[in-house]
Design a protein. Structure first.
Ligand SMILES: Nc1ncnc2c1ncn2[C@@H]1O[C@H](COP(=O)(O)OP(=O)(O)O)[C@@H](O)[C@H]1O
Ligand SMILES: [Mg+2]
Length: 591
């Protein structure tokens, strides 16, 4: 009988270690929890020092501190000063409330906390190792709280190994610090990494100033302010102007009642708001803050508190879309995003009021431009639904473009026209070139024979800390793609050599886009993101809409396309060609 299982309550060290599995997923989660505690304590200054080599994280604040008699309580499971009853969970204004972070962290590290509460005679220092208190003594009356975490995960072998490369982790930590700094612009942040001050952010007047401090003026100049209220919702923040977009969602930040969150509702609402403003496959830049009544959001959805449940997601997402659109409506009235505002006013009917003063059309009342479009009824279906097959691409039904195609010329500076046997072929010059280059670069890469060009005058690129970490860890990836990139101080790189196709093109933008692609897929095998990286290069190297092309160049493009492996779409999946047959034309004109 002795072998039968018996139920017992786990000792606190063990239950804390179990909680740590969820709360402290990685070193970056420790930084997040400690910084959030500092902000909850009303700090006006937070200092974060990290040395991954020495497995050390230190966070110091000037907040209210912990009373000497409560230091041990702060370190016990569910010890919290932030809520006290059930009602409390439905009105959480603090980042923390579960009382789990400190005991969890202390159960998997050597943890030292020193704190002082104004009005007390002395402060307190407590040292905990693997969840067991090893020292408790008086400390000098220094304002605030300082926490030192050493030997993180020393007693959790799997997790210790799990800690990925230092650069990856530094990237995660940096992005946690950036999120916190964005969420509390009025607070001073200092971030020290391996003994170097990498971020010094004095108190800022608001989000825009904070973004300027972190990302620089070249970045913040590309943003417009979002400010919108409806019902009891406030939508505010910053949105990238339509030309300022990214290959990935790396520059999308969402905050609900100041809390940095990952939230599908908000993410897709933002995507919808930008739907016709940024090119397909590109991601808008957005810093979106949503303030809602505390009772309308359940923040207790996940131990790390980065996911929330919104009471009325549909209503919130509509408000977000309207808020972002309104930001551009205002901008367009001063002429900043004229073109995109026009486009959106016309074609789509999803958004009631896209331009500030335009009256909201009634449901079913198609905008004027769309009504005009009806006149084109014979082609309407084909034109407005690119996936409807048949007409749009050089689909299998029509086979590939033949060598015999005759170049007719260029249309609107964007399309090239060819006559081929019985049909007129209209192609987007950019996508054709992109496809051709993509295939050529891919083949060259696989044969390790990338053509490169050294730069006589080297160029530097300056980037955000998160992207810099990505570039640093991928110097060799860059070289396999044809770049020679070298580190040149914090967040800055020198470019000495570029892929030959990018000569005369925006190779800095291409380099950054490659970094974004790599950064968005940190855990992917390089061969899985290779295609994406190369398509960024191809896109930057390709002719653009507006570039003039002569008959020879048109013919050259057509010839190369006819030899391509996949001559139907660009690497992002956009169709390359639209065809119109002699029969279709005859039918249309009643011949
Ligand atoms: N930096 C700090 N300054 C003041 N008090 C703190 C600080 N960090 C933690 N505390 C106190 O310790 C308690 C436990 O912290 P934690 O385990 O993170 O739980 P929670 O934040 O969910 O309450 C907090 O409720 C707070 O009272
Ligand atoms: Mg906390």
């Amino acid at each position: 009988m002795a072998d039968l299982p018996k139920i017992k309550i786990l000792p606190p060290e063990l239950s804390n270690q179990i909680a740590a599995g969820e709360v402290v997923e990685r070193p970056a989660s420790v930084v997040k929890e400690l910084v959030e505690n500092a902000l909850d304590a009303g700090a006006s200054s937070v200092e974060i020092e990290v040395s991954l080599k020495r497995r050390r994280i230190r966070v110091k604040d000037d907040g209210v501190g912990i009373a000497p008699g409560e230091v041990e309580l702060a370190l016990s499971r569910h010890g919290t000063s932030k809520i006290s009853d059930l009602e409390g969970i439905f009105g959480i204004a603090t980042y923390g409330f579960r009382g789990e972070a400190l005991p969890s962290i202390a159960s998997v590290s050597r943890f030292t906390l020193r704190s002082f509460r104004e009005g007390e005679k002395a402060g307190k220092t407590i040292v905990v190792e693997g969840g067991k208190t090893v020292k408790l003594e008086d400390a000098p009356p220094l304002r605030g709280t300082e926490i030192l975490v050493e030997n993180l995960f020393y007693n959790t072998p799997a997790r210790k190994k799990f800690a990925r490369s230092e650069t990856t982790e530094t990237g995660h930590i940096t992005s946690r610090v950036v999120q916190a700094a964005l969420s509390a612009p009025e607070v001073r942040f200092n971030f020290i990494k391996d003994g170097k001050r990498v971020m010094e952010l004095p108190p800022a007047k608001g989000l825009l100033e904070r973004v300027l401090q972190i990302f620089g003026p070249g970045y913040s100049d590309n943003l417009v302010e979002i400010s919108h209220s409806e019902f009891n919702l406030k939508i505010h923040g910053l949105a990238g102007k339509p030309h300022f977009h990214r290959a990935t969602a790396i520059d999308q930040y969402f905050f609900v009642n100041r809390r940095p969150v990952r939230d599908m509702t908000l993410r897709s609402a933002a995507a919808r708001a930008f739907d016709d403003l940024v090119p397909r496959g590109r991601k808008p830049v957005v810093f979106l803050c949503v303030d809602i009544p505390y009772a309308a959001v359940d923040v207790n959805a996940h131990p790390s508190k980065t996911e929330v449940r919104l009471a009325d997601p549909a209503k919130i997402s509509e408000a977000v879309v309207r808020g972002i659109r309104a930001a551009f409506g205002k901008a367009s009235s001063v002429g900043v995003v004229e073109r995109s505002a026009m486009v959106s006013q016309g074609v789509s009917s999803v958004f009631p009021s896209r331009v500030a003063d335009a009256p909201a059309p009634l449901p079913g009342d198609a905008p004027a431009f769309a009504r005009g479009f009806e006149l084109w009824s014979p082609f309407r279906a084909e034109v407005s639904a690119p996936d409807s097959g048949g007409q749009i691409s050089l689909s299998s039904a029509h086979g590939r473009l033949s060598e015999e195609a005759v170049a007719l010329g260029q249309l609107f500076g964007t399309f090239i026209l060819l006559e081929e046997g019985d049909r007129l072929v209209i192609m987007d010059q950019h996508t054709v070139h992109e496809r051709v280059l993509f295939e050529r670069l891919m083949k060259r890469h696989l044969a390790s024979s990338v053509e490169t060009q050294g730069l006589l005058i080297t160029e530097t690129i300056n980037t955000s800390p998160a992207l810099a970490a990505v570039i640093k860890s991928h110097i060799r990836t860059y070289s396999s793609l044809g770049w020679v990139v070298e580190e040149f101080g914090e967040n800055t790189f020198v470019i000495r050599q570029i892929p030959a196709v990018l000569v005369g093109k925006d190779y800095r933008a291409a380099a950054l886009e490659v970094a974004e692609t790599l950064g968005a897929n940190p855990d992917a095998d390089f061969k899985d993101v290779l295609g994406d990286c190369i398509s960024r290069i191809a896109c930057r190297a390709a002719v653009k809409a507006g570039d003039e092309l002569g008959p020879q160049e048109i013919k050259g493009l057509a010839r190369e396309l006819s030899a391509a492996d996949t001559p139907y779409t660009c690497p992002h999946g956009r169709p390359i060609a639209f065809t119109l047959s002699r029969d279709e034309l005859k039918k249309y004109f009643g011949r």
